[in-house]
Design a protein around this ligand. Structure first.
Ligand code: TXA
Ligand code: MG
Length: 315
């Protein structure tokens, strides 16, 4: 008996009640599964940090279900609203100035003057937020620094009964986390590469958009930590010739691969498969390491390379 619940009306009611009562509900989004709690309940939000083993100085993203709610929740202007109308719901998170010093939100924001907000493109996530009647704070539903979950079973394997309910919505379509952009400055900066490509953002805004290189010792996003998303096996990247004993994850034409992120070289397909394949490879006890073939740096390749570079970082 697990705490995984299939999608139906009764379970959605139960999940919304759990959020309202200050519990933790893991739920599917377009990108990865999130570990959710009521943003206005600091004790519930503290429960997210403790279930993940995540330091409380790493702020969380608030998930909302209606664009019109955004100006009530954070400081907005026409640029922000225009981007929201164009890209939401979708794999894009905004970092905005906080509206007022509502101290109930200090825990979600780790005391920072800014708040991260997004609207996920997933019917179960949107329904849960609406039924709960509150924005939902949610990081990826996995142990801190480990591989992000793209199925309900990944969540269960990582967090087990530390979460009250896991809503099953099948596999996440995008497979890597949202792109996070800082909209508190005149120029838009990407704080974390993710499911919405830099090219798509640049094409829409007509601006060149910089990618923050972050300060790994003082990350404004934990995704900026040098070691993150890590399997327990040793991981090597940009490998064309795997070594004896390595589980080889290919991309494109890689005939000797055990698994291939996308045999036809499609970066979106590769992003969707990435975390599940890393998990699978990590579970193979008859291999001593994992090697990944080169993945181009364009489009979703930016996010893929960001994740595997951090996952391969040797402390
Ligand atoms: O796709 C996603 O974004 C998933 C799903 C569940 O929505 N969530 C996710 O959350 O990846 P998490 O906690 O693993 O990463 C959220 C990132 C963190 O790197 C955090 O530091 C950054 O958002 N963040 C949150 N609030 C911030 C703020 N006020 N300023 C700068 N970065 C912030
Ligand atoms: Mg995460």
């Amino acid at each position: 008996m697990t705490n995984i619940y299939e999608y139906n009306e009764a379970n959605m009611e139960k999940a919304a009640q759990t959020i309202k009562n200050g519990g933790l509900v893991a739920f599917p989004t377009d990108t990865v599964y999130g570990l959710g709690a009521d943003v206005y309940n600091p004790a519930a939000v503290a429960g997210i940090f403790s279930a993940k083993g995540r330091p409380t100085f790493d702020p969380l993203i608030s998930h909302i279900a209606e664009i019109d709610f955004l100006p009530e929740y954070a400081v907005t202007d026409s640029r922000v609203m225009d981007l929201a109308r164009h890209f939401w719901p979708g794999p894009l998170t905004f970092v905005l100035k906080r509206k007022d010093r509502n101290h109930a939100l200090d825990m979600v924001c780790s005391g920072l003057p800014n708040i991260a907000v997004r609207m996920p493109d997933h019917p179960i996530a949107l329904e849960l937020i609406k039924k709960s009647g509150t924005p939902i704070a949610a990081p990826s539903a996995n142990k801190f620094k480990s591989i992000s979950p793209t199925t309900a079973h990944h969540v269960y394997n990582s967090l087990g009964d530390k979460v009250d309910m896991i809503l099953d919505g099948g596999r996440c379509a995008v497979g890597v986390e949202t792109t996070i952009i800082d909209l508190t400055t005149k120029e838009i900066v990407i704080l974390r590469a993710g499911g919405l490509s830099r090219e798509t953002l640049e094409a829409y805004t007509g601006e060149k958009i910089a990618l923050s290189n972050g300060n790994p010792d003082k990350p404004s996003a934990p995704g900026q930590l040098l070691k993150h998303y890590a399997p327990s096996h040793k991981l090597r990247i940009n490998v064309t010739t795997p070594q004896e004993g390595e589980f080889y994850i290919g991309f494109g034409d890689t005939p000797n691969a055990q698994l291939n992120l996308s045999p036809r070289g499609d970066l979106r397909e590769a992003a969707a498969n990435l975390f599940a394949y890393l998990r699978f490879a990590d579970q193979q006890s008859n291999f001593s390491g994992i090697a990944i073939a080169p993945v181009p740096e364009n489009d979703l390749g930016l996010a893929i390379n960001d994740r595997i570079r951090r996952a391969s970082y040797a402390e």
